[in-house]
Every structure is written in C-alpha cells, then in structure tokens.
Design a protein around this ligand. Structure first.
Ligand code: APR
Length: 246
C-alpha cells in the first residue's frame, strides 16, 4: 500500500485504555486489584479454594460494566478499524466490552470476556447471565452451578494465539496501548513484531516494563494520545494516497 508505508497493523491494549472510563487497572500503587490480591481471585486454584469469593468478585465486575462507557481512546480505535484500508487486528487483554461498544470489529479478547461464561460440565461457551454466584444452569447441558467466568486466569492459556501470532508476523506496525508489560505472552508481542520487521510504538501513561524495546514511545493519557495518533495516521495515509505514484 502507498500512503504511510504501513499496510498491516496490530494494536495491543491493556487496562490503561479503560482507566479513563473508570475501570480500575490491575497493578495499582497498593499492589491490590479492587481490594484483592490477584492470586486470591484470578487463578484456577483460587476458584477451587473459594468459588463463592471468585464468582462474587467477577459478578461485581460484570455489573460495573453497566456504569462505564467507552472513552476517546476506544472511539479512536473504532474509527481506525472503520477507516483503515489495510489489515488490522486489535488484541485486547481487557475483559470489559468497551472496544466493541465503541464499534470495533476487527478485534479479539485474548484474556476472555466478563460477559461470557463456560460450563465446567460440558465445555460449552455462552453468554454469561448477570450473576454466576447463584448457580445458573448451562444453556447446553442444563447442569446447575457449573458455569465459571470465561476469563483466562494466571496459569491458563490465552485465547486466539494462532491468529495473534500470524498477525504479529505479518504486521509492519505494532502499537501497544495502556499496558504495563508485566504479563506474558502479551508482554513479548513487541519483540515478536520487531523480529519480523515491524515498527513498534508504545502509548502509555508511563514507561512500561518493556519500554526500551519499542522504537518509539509516547507517554500520557490514552484518551489524549490515541485520537491524535489515529488522526495523524489516517490523515497521512489519505494525503499520500492522493499523491501521484513516483
Ligand atoms: N492512559 C494510558 N495508560 C494508562 C492510563 C491512561 N489513562 N492509566 C493507566 N495507564 C497505564 C499504567 O501506567 C500501566 O502501565 O496502563 C497500564 C496498566 O497496567 P496493568 O494494570 O498491569 O494492566 P495490564 O497491562 O492490562 O495487565 C495485563 O494482567 O492481571 C492480568 O489478565 C490481567 O489482562 C491483565 C494483564
């Protein structure tokens, strides 16, 4: 493609992109996630030990989605999705639904979704009812009390990895937005994309753990920086597309 010189883009997002919508990030200053240690709520062991606590925690987070809205950064990525003529994959680590509520389509949830559940009895994935604490029945096998949040917990395999690896190998621009770079495999995507020759850009409130790996870093609020980046990318592309071939 003429234009920016970029054809294929992968965008990785993390909790920082939803922070301005009022969704708490994971690694707050006190090391707690909404008052819980992460290992008490986000591991299969925690679920086996205290399923009621884990279900209540995720029920509360699912309910909280009704009180938040997509922000300018989600809307900018949805605009990119609608207007970018080349390949695009938005990979989110977030389990909220703010990207899709903003209108993004070319996206995957690598860590699952709050609004999905899966059945431990039959393996069926399904839309989650508002609460899982009260032991609702699976829509497929009818078993009661066997639905768990369809969230990838620590020690579990992230979703869509084949599609993500293929997109990383094919992209020429990789952009990481609002993620601390603390959790693999997502934290390693920048190295993978660079290895295959992509230009790499970090947009984050502060330098992430892997900031030195990126070609370029812009530090500030996603709600300010992402619309600027998307606007410049689309305008530059449109301008260049109007130029005669040289
Ligand atoms: N704009 C941009 N970045 C921001 C903003 C903002 N308004 N607010 C916070 N950030 C940055 C923080 O500085 C931090 O570097 O977003 C990052 C959020 O980091 P984490 O809380 O560690 O979230 P994330 O990287 O998404 O976590 C990865 O860890 O617990 C697991 O599965 C969970 O998907 C999650 C994964």
């Amino acid at each position: 493609m003429r234009g920016t010189g970029f054809q294929s883009i992968v965008v990785l997002t993390g909790a920082g992109i939803s922070a301005e919508s009022g969704v708490p990030t994971f690694r707050g200053p006190d090391g707690l996630w909404e008052g819980h240690r992460v290992e008490d709520v986000a591991t299969p062991q925690a679920f086996r030990r205290d399923p009621a606590l884990v279900q209540a925690f995720y029920d509360a987070r699912r309910a909280a989605l009704a009180r938040v809205e997509p922000n300018a950064a989600h809307r900018a990525l949805a605009r990119l999705d609608a207007e970018w003529p080349g390949d695009l994959l938005i990979v989110t680590q977030n389990v909220d639904d703010l990207h899709e509520r903003a209108g993004a389509v070319r996206m995957v949830h690598m860590h699952g979704e709050l609004k999905r559940a899966f059945c431990l009895a039959c393996g069926e994935r399904q839309t989650a009812p508002d609460t899982l604490s009260d032991g609702p029945a699976c829509t497929r096998c009818g078993a009661h009390g066997r639905l768990r949040p369809d969230i990838v917990w620590f020690g579990e395999m992230p979703y869509h990895m084949d599609r993500i690896e293929a997109a990383l190998a094919a992209c020429d621009l990789f952009v990481s937005i609002g993620t601390s770079g603390a959790v693999y495999p997502a934290a390693g995507f920048v190295q993978g994309a660079r290895h295959y020759g992509a230009h790499t850009l970090e947009i984050n409130l502060e330098p992430s753990e892997g900031t030195h790996v990126f070609h370029e870093a812009r530090h500030g609020r996603a709600g300010d920086l992402v619309p600027l980046w998307v606007g410049a990318l689309l305008d530059r592309d449109r301008f260049r597309l109007n130029q005669p071939e040289t």
